[in-house]
Design a protein around this ligand. Sequence first.
Ligand code: FE2
Length: 595
Amino acid sequence: MDILGISCYYHDAAAVLLRDGQLIAAAEEERFSRIKHDYGFPKNAIKYCLEAGGTTGPDLDYVVFFEKPFRKLDRILATVLQTYPQSWKVFRESMISWVLDKLWVASTLETELGIKKDKVLFSEHHLSHAASAYLCSPFDESAILTVDGVGEWVTATYGIGKGNDIRLFKQMDFPHSIGLLYSAFTAFLGFEVNEGEYKVMGMAPYGEPRYVDKVWKLVHQNADGSFSLDMDYFSFHHSTEKTYSKKFEQLFGAPRPTKLHFFTEGTGFPKYFGEPPANIHEISKINQHYADIAASIQRVTEELILGMARNLHKETGLKNLCIAGGVGLNSVANTRIMRETAFEQVFVQPAAGDGGGALGAALWAYNTLLGKPRNFRMDHAYWGRSYGASEITTFLQSNKIPYHLIENEDQMLDQVVERLMGGKVIGWYQGRFEWGPRALGHRSIIADPRNPDMKDIVNSKIKFREPYRPFAPSVLAESAEKYFELPRATSHYPARYMLYVVPVKPEAQSTLPAITHVDGTGRLQTVFKDQSPRYYKLIERFGQATGVPVILNTSFNLRGEPIVTTPANAFNTFIKSEMDSLVLDNYLIEKSSLN
Ligand SMILES: [Fe+2]
C-alpha cells in the first residue's frame, strides 16, 4: 500500500512516500526549489518521492494532507473578526491566499497527481506532528508533546501513544503559543521570523538572563503546564507585519535594528565584518542588552516547555516522551527535558517543524486510521534523493571541471583526512540528502575541530555568518561519552539528529576549541556505523590519525540558502566560498586546480 504524505501552504512544504508502513522517501521542497522555507505546493518533492518508489500519482492508495484547511480558515476568520478593524489587512491577504490555494487542496491534488478526491485524506496539524514523532519512535508506549507556532487552532498538545493509536488529551489554543512568543522576540532582536530562531538560541549564551521577570509579564504558566500570553504585548493576531506591540517596546526598549552586525565584548568583532566601528565598545554594550534579552526569552521558553513536560509526566506516568512541532528544534530545551524531568527516554522527530507533518500525516493514516501495525522506526535521516555516479560525471564533464575519481574508499578517506589535518575546509557530499533542517554528514562542510582558528576560518571564508553561532561536532557514537557529558550516549535518539546541546567535558574543551560554544557546550551528532557507514569511517580514520574521532560539521550551504541538493548546487557553493576541496561521492575536486 502506497501512501503519499504532504505538507504545504504554511511553513515548510514537504512530501513523503510510505509503502506498507515503511518510509521510502522524504524531502522538503526547499531542497529542490532552492527557496528557503518554500511553502508552496511541493511538486518537486512529490516527483522525487514517486520516482523513488517507482510509482505514479494515480497508482497511490492514499494521499494525506497534514492539516484541515477549513478549520484553519475558521481560526483566521474568528481572529481577524475579533480584532477588526486593525486586522483588515490580514483578513484581505488571508482571504486571497485561502481562496486561491488552500481551500482547494483536494482539487489541486486531483489535478496535480491524477488521484481521485475520495483517496485524499486530511489529518490535523498537531496530530500530524504527534504522529511524526511517536509512530516512528522506538517506543511501544509514550507520552507525546507537540509545541509550535500555531496549527489550525492549536499551539501545543499533550498526548499518549499506545501501539498504533494516538490520543491527544489536552490542547492549548491560539493565540497562546510558545512558538509565537519566541518569534516575537526573534523579530524584536532584529532577525527574520521562522529563520532567526536559531540565531536567538546562539546569542543566548552570550547574555545573562536578567530580564526573565519582564518576560514573565508576557506569559503566565498554569499549574497544569498550560500557559497564556498577555495579548496586550503582541500584535501577531492582527498584523502581518509586526508580531509585538508598543507595550512590548515600552517594556524592553527599542528593537534591535535589522541588518546590523551583532557582536558583544564576548563574541568579539571578527575580521570578516570589516573595519571595526570607532564606537565599538558603545555598540557592544548596547548589543549586550539584546544578548541579555535573548538569554531571558530562551530561559523562559525552556521553563515553559519543562513545565509542560513535567505535567505531562505527572498526568501519564509514562517513562518515554516523543516531541515534535517547531519548538522541538530548540536543542537546549530538549536537553533540559531529558535531564530535568522524570522521563527516561526522549525521541524527537528530526523534521520537527511543519515539513515533518507530511511524514506524520502518512504514518497516522496507515497505522492509526487504517489500523495497520507499526513497522517503521526512524533510525536515521537520510531519506532524500541521491545523485548517482553518472549524474555526477555528466555534470563535471559537461562543465569541464577537473576531478579525480577515487573509487577505493580507503584511499579517498585518507586523502580527506590528510586535508583536514592540514587545516583545509572540505565540502563533503555523499548519498541521499537529509530529512529535516540539519546536515548530518551527507551534505556537510567539514573541518578539524581541534584547530582553535577553525571557527573563524569557516565563518569568514565559507559561511559568512554571525560569529556567535556555534559549529557542531560529529562524533563516533561509541566515543561520544569520552568528550561530552552524555551518559549512555548511544541510547539517545535526539543526539543522532543534533537535537541535544550538552556540556563538552572540561578536559576535552581545549582539545575541541572549534566546536565548544562560549558556555562550554556542544550540539553533538552521534554517528552510527549502520546508518552512515562512509561518514562513520571518515571520522574513525580521522580519529586513528589524530587520536580524536570528532569532526566539525556544518551545513553545506551559504548563509540564507537551503542546504545543497544536487552536485551542481554543491559545486556552485564550493566555487562561491573559499572551501579548499569538494568531495562528491567518489569524486575529488580541488579549488587549486580550477582556474
Ligand atoms: Fe506546526
